[in-house]
Design a protein around this ligand. Structure first.
Ligand code: CLF
Ligand code: SF4
Length: 503
């Protein structure tokens, strides 16, 4: 079937707790989907949390103009609906974009998705966006095409999107209430007029909802992005989640507002704050009863290249691409072999996971009927679903929660890399202190290796460094450590300390 509204079989469990799919967990995340939808998402790094460890995406910045104004955006920078604010991307012509896509696909065979996400709104730049898509769907048919939009021009573009086999569309929907919308969007440019206030927000909301319905009718997968703006739309986003799920959206990505005065945005200058890690996590949990949540978004640049969280854009500047001679037919053959290898690895991983799940961990007379609190663990990884990165080389940590129900992916936290060689750990004190602060709430950090100095500082901060699971699959290692904590009574102790504190 084409995707319409998720039916009972497909939809994530809503029976309280934390269903695998609803939480973006690794636990057989795709199992509840039809084969056709699995085919669409299994190698899309944004639509599948599992896939983002293995498959890469790239963006081409072909779309400079925008048709609305968001209070968290400064037009000098990329569209903040998908991108981290304050970032400027290299603008390309459609021809350069096609060359760049083929060059990246040939050199990074794990790249499966080409997205257009700015630097303005792709659908406010219809000619440039569709020329790029038209050419790529003909010349590079093994690449999935993806687009992200504010939705204002979407209803008029749906037919053309469907024609080019664009299976993945993101709409940024921050509200379904014009009162709230007027606090986020000062104006829209619509039918050759600038419209302001509630009237503008009402039109934008109607166009977004209509676009969503039209895409779903045509079987196109829709991801909804929402920027969480404390005090403006945070309480309202659960309602947004409910409505877009009801209309058939596949995934909801609640992103934190990033507002800094130096970005020159209205919110930045006015001192509007973004949410804390905890506030974001709580809202994602609250929304997850209603739909699949994305928790691994990295708010990429409009010219990002590589695995989510890494940026290899410097290897593919226009000068460098012009000097490359790409035989795309040969590249497609090589890509197919590599993709097949990854699929086989994923199938193996799935089997191991099923075997692990069958042995309900941990169990036995010593632990049965006892409550053990969940534990957050940070993981340093450079991809492949493995613990394979030195603590000091990490620019981000993936955060997992281990509990007796299993392991679930929670979020990622960015840090400054402080170690540039094996002997330099600890030299840049402030970056190290920043990393430790970023890991607050975590009790363990798993990495392939760690220096003496950070080891001591982490321990002082109450975070246990662990290098014993180097080169092991993440979820298995996280569960092993959790089991060990139970066996050695660490969770008992913490529990009794907690109860003493509350007594
Ligand atoms: Fe790009 Fe967006 Fe397509 Fe992904 S990104 S257009 S859906 S291919 Fe992904 Fe980047 Fe988050 Fe976007 S991590 S910002 S959600
Ligand atoms: Fe900026 Fe994107 Fe909003 Fe346009 S849609 S104003 S580019 S954040």
């Amino acid at each position: 079937m084409e995707l319409t509204v998720l039916n009972e079989e497909q939809s994530p469990s809503t029976e309280g707790g934390c269903s695998a799919s609803a939480c973006g967990s690794n636990d057989d995340q795709l199992a509840h989907l039809s084969d056709e939808i699995k085919q669409k998402v299994h190698n899309h790094p944004c639509y599948s949390e599992e896939a983002h460890h293995y498959f890469a995406r790239m963006h081409v910045a072909v779309a400079p103009a925008c048709n609305i104004q968001c209070h968290y955006c400064n037009r000098k920078y990329d569209c903040a609906n998908e991108s981290r604010p304050g970032v400027v991307s290299e603008l390309l012509t459609p021809d350069q974009a096609v060359k760049k896509t083929k060059a990246v696909a040939a050199n990074i065979p794990q790249m499966t998705v080409l997205g257009i996400a700015g630097p303005g709104d792709p659908l406010a730049n219809l000619d440039r966006t569709f020329e790029t898509f038209r050419r790529l769907s003909a010349e590079a048919p093994d690449i999935k095409l993806c687009v992200s939009t504010n939705g204002l021009a979407l209803p008029d573009a749906v037919e053309e999107l469907a024609k080019h086999n664009i299976d993945h569309v993101t709409i940024t929907i921050n509200t379904v209430d014009p009162e709230i919308g007027a606090k986020i969007y000062p104006w829209i440019y619509w039918n050759n007029r600038r419209i302001r206030g509630k009237k503008a927000a009402k039109i934008l909301i109607e166009r977004q909802q209509k676009g969503l319905e039209m895409l779903v009718e045509r079987g196109i997968l829709v991801k909804v992005n929402s920027v969480m703006i404390p005090g403006v739309n945070d309480d309202h986003l659960k309602e947004v989640s409910r409505i877009v799920k009801q209309k058939g959206a596949f995934l909801h990505n609640v992103m934190p507002l990033i507002a800094e005065a130096e970005h020159g945005t209205f919110y930045g200058v006015m001192g509007q704050r973004g949410p804390s890690n905890e506030e974001l996590m709580d809202l994602q949990d609250a929304c997850s009863g209603d739909m699949n949540m994305m928790r691994h978004c990295r708010q990429c640049r409009a010219d990002a290249v590589g695995l989510l969280g890494e940026d290899r854009g410097d290897e593919f500047t226009i000068d460098k691409i012009e000097a490359m001679d790409i035989d795309y037919d040969a590249a497609m053959k090589k890509r197919a072999v590599i993709h097949q290898g990854i699929e086989e690895e994923l199938a193996e991983k799935e089997k191991r996971r099923a075997a692990l799940a069958a042995v309900k961990v941990p169990s036995g007379p010593a632990v049965d009927n006892k409550h053990f609190r969940p534990v957050l663990m940070a993981v340093a990884t450079s991809g492949g679903g493995m613990i394979n990165q030195h603590f000091g080389h990490a620019t981000e940590f993936l955060i997992y929660e281990a509990s007796r129900d299993g392991v679930r992916f929670i979020s990622h936290r960015k840090v400054d890399q402080y170690c540039i060689g094996n002997d330099t750990c600890g030299e840049k004190e402030s970056a190290l202190a920043g990393s430790i602060r970023a890991l607050s709430g975590c009790e363990v950090v798993l990495c392939s290796k760690i220096g003496f100095e950070p080891w001591g500082l982490l321990e002082e901060a109450g975070i246990a460094p662990n290098g014993e699971h180097a080169m092991e699959p993440i979820e298995e290692a996280v569960m092993d450590v959790y089991e060990e904590m139970i066996k050695t009574g660490k969770l008992d102790e913490a529990k009794s300390e907690d109860s003493q504190m509350t007594a």
